[in-house]
Write a protein that binds this ligand. Structure first.
Ligand code: CA
Ligand code: CA
Ligand code: CA
Length: 621
């Protein structure tokens, strides 16, 4: 007894603690989501409270009814339904026998449906911006992970930088901006993912640390709302880049998941992604390969979220609705689409469309095969009995032929040969076409690339079917041969830059010519409705020549390419377009002289590596 008492006293001496009551009092660290709105199609909203000493807690939200809380064994998480009823600043109160803790929860008024949620369409010209690398509009947020000499650190670009350059984007003819993810990423060097043997950072945004916060290097939620409003005033839509397949490696959930099945596996025991994506559309797939691909952790360290856990699914669906509802944004580009179950996508897309009927989503399925890519577009059930509901896909199957033909100078007929597979898509007209992006080397760094070829590629993307997407800096022929260097800083966007390519005076003659050319194309696409929504009709295909029309009602625009290194004269039938004999076709790019329809045919003589955009002269605006 004596010994026991002595030991007890000693323990107390060595480990002094505050009073036991205070040590066990409940604490709230985080509330997801921090707000919701009345008249939402989703009510109640399921709130996830993270904290300490929450076991046995009672939960109240001022003036709102709540459901029965579900609390994890270690008392670090509460799931509770909040029935959203009246707008105002509310307080969440958590009470246990040891004390109370509280946190703010805002109930917003009904959403202003006219102020956003527009979706995107083929009438848009999309422009992809890597936030960190476009323009530094606020040097006060450039902190310790900031090093412009390190390709894998923050360079200072931010949301203010995008706001500052909306007039530039407007001048180029951009109507929708796709921004790389703005979720808060970790505030420390990433020692798990080494780049060139050194720690990296989450400057790219694809390693979410907090799904409900804007990365502090980029700005705040208020700044994001300011950007969306300013863009809308300029007639420009905002598209959010979302990730729901995984979190960043330092997310607090990794060491303490809200449910035992929150992730597919744990940090210590999980599958590694083997990227056997072909099995995803294989009706006879080997199950183990499918599991590795759907549930494996990217690079063996990006924690793979388990969307089959209903709490995870609910969390992710609400998170998407929250970003749209509280900012007014117009579309989503969804990362790593194919690594997430179709059953989840069905629920996610229907929740999004229920709340925001005009909204549109484009999924990233990075594959050059139409058979593979088209499997993921919604609009019909696949063999699994599920319609994913996905509107659009990034058109990677067309991206590679564009690079081959226009950068490398390989045969142009690979393009119509790819478009010939359009019947596999439920809706090819809404696919997002591109000649460059942030995961591939830049067009101008391909072997054989020239400004003439880059012009042809832009002319094709801006006149073929689909929603054209440009990549920041391609309009001034930026270079970068691999993933890190393709994400270069836009000249003029950063303090101390030698020249400012956001202004005509800061561009070289060659850059100015290219910029003007792209602006001319975006203007043509805006002014000529067939280029947006007309049917695509092929007229002529040879190894290095390609002619097609975009037709809408009685209007036709004829686009003629010569991708050969010499002038070529050729003739094709246009009678099916309803063009009468004697009709004079005028080249809106001013490359060739007017041509006249004779015997139902057009005969053109195109200089080497050139394109003409022909329209009947009498129908001029
Ligand atoms: Ca900055
Ligand atoms: Ca951060
Ligand atoms: Ca997955």
């Amino acid at each position: 007894m004596k010994t026991y008492l002595f030991l007890l006293i000693c323990v107390i001496c060595v480990h002094p603690r505050p009073t036991s009551v205070a040590a066990q009092a409940p604490e709230i660290v985080k509330v997801d989501p921090p707000s919701w709105w009345v008249k939402s199609s989703l009510n109640p909203v399921r709130v996830l409270i993270r904290g300490r000493n929450l076991a046995g807690a009672r939960v109240q939200v001022s003036g709102q009814r709540v459901g029965v809380p579900k609390i994890n064994e270690s008392g670090t998480y509460i799931f509770v339904d909040v029935f959203v009823a009246s707008p105002g600043h509310k307080t969440i109160t958590v009470t246990t026998s040891k004390g109370t803790a509280s946190a703010a929860f805002d109930v917003l008024g009904p959403l202003n449906r006219a102020a956003g949620f527009q979706g995107f369409s083929p009438a848009d010209v999309m422009y992809l911006i890597m936030i960190d690398r476009f323009a530094d509009g606020d040097p006060s947020n450039n902190d310790g992970l900031y090093d412009r000499k390190n390709k894998f650190y923050y360079h200072g670009g931010d949301l203010q930088g995008v706001i500052d350059h909306l007039p530039y984007l407007k001048e180029l003819g951009v109507t929708a901006i796709w921004l790389t993810p703005w979720y808060d990423n970790y505030d420390r060097p990433n020692e798990i993912e080494l780049k060139e043997d050194k720690p990296s950072t989450g400057f790219h945004g694809y390693n979410p640390q907090d799904f409900y916060r804007v990365e502090e290097h980029f700005g705040t939620t208020a700044k994001l709302r300011e950007l969306v409003a300013a863009a809308h005033r300029a007639g420009i839509k905002i598209i959010q880049d979302e990730v729901v397949n995984h979190t960043g490696p330092y997310h607090p959930w990794v060491d303490d998941p809200p449910t035992p099945t929150w992730f597919n596996g744990t940090k210590a025991h999980h599958l590694k992604n083997s990227f056997q994506t072909w099995v995803l559309h294989d009706p006879r797939a080997v199950e183990s390969l499918k599991h590795e691909t759907m549930e494996g952790w990217f690079l063996d360290f990006l924690p793979d979220l388990n969307q089959n856990d209903p709490e995870v699914a609910r969390y992710l669906i609400q998170n998407t609705l929250w970003w749209i509802g509280t900012t007014g944004l117009d579309g989503i580009r969804m990362d790593t689409w194919q690594y997430v179950p179709n059953s989840f996508w069905r629920d996610w897309t229907s929740a999004v469309k229920r709340e925001f009927p005009n909204f549109r989503v484009v999924g990233e399925v990075k594959d050059g095969d139409v058979v593979h890519t088209s499997f993921f577009q919604g609009g019909r059930m696949r063999f699994d009995g599920i319609d994913s509901g996905l509107d659009s896909l990034l058109d990677f199957p067309l991206f590679y032929p564009i690079r081959h033909a226009f950068a490398e100078g390989k045969p142009i007929d690979e393009i119509p040969k790819t478009l010939a597979k359009d019947y596999l898509y439920t809706n090819p007209a809404i696919l997002v076409t591109l000649l460059g992006g942030h995961d591939d080397g830049r067009f101008m760094s391909e072997k054989g690339a020239t400004i003439a070829g880059l012009k042809l590629a832009n002319a094709f993307v801006l006149t073929t079917r689909g929603v054209p997407q440009l990549y920041y800096g391609d309009e001034i022929a930026m270079q970068g041969e691999d993933e890190p260097t393709t994400r270069g800083d836009f000249p003029g966007g950063f303090p101390g830059d030698q020249r400012n390519a956001f202004t005509a005076a800061g561009r070289t003659r060659e850059q100015q010519e290219l910029f003007d050319y792209i602006r001319r194309l975006t203007t043509l696409r805006r002014d000529l409705e067939p280029l947006q929504s007309g049917a695509l009709v092929n007229l002529y295909v040879a190894e290095q020549q390609y002619a097609y029309a975009r037709t809408l009602r009685n209007d036709a625009v004829v686009v003629v390419f010569n991708n050969a290194n010499k002038a070529v004269e050729f003739e094709f039938n246009v009678a099916l377009l309803g063009l009468r004999n004697g009709a004079v076709m005028h080249d809106r790019l001013g490359i060739i002289r007017d041509v006249t329809v004779r015997d139902g045919k057009l005969r053109v003589n195109l200089p080497q590596r050139s394109v003409a955009i022909l329209r009947e002269q009498v129908t001029y605006e």
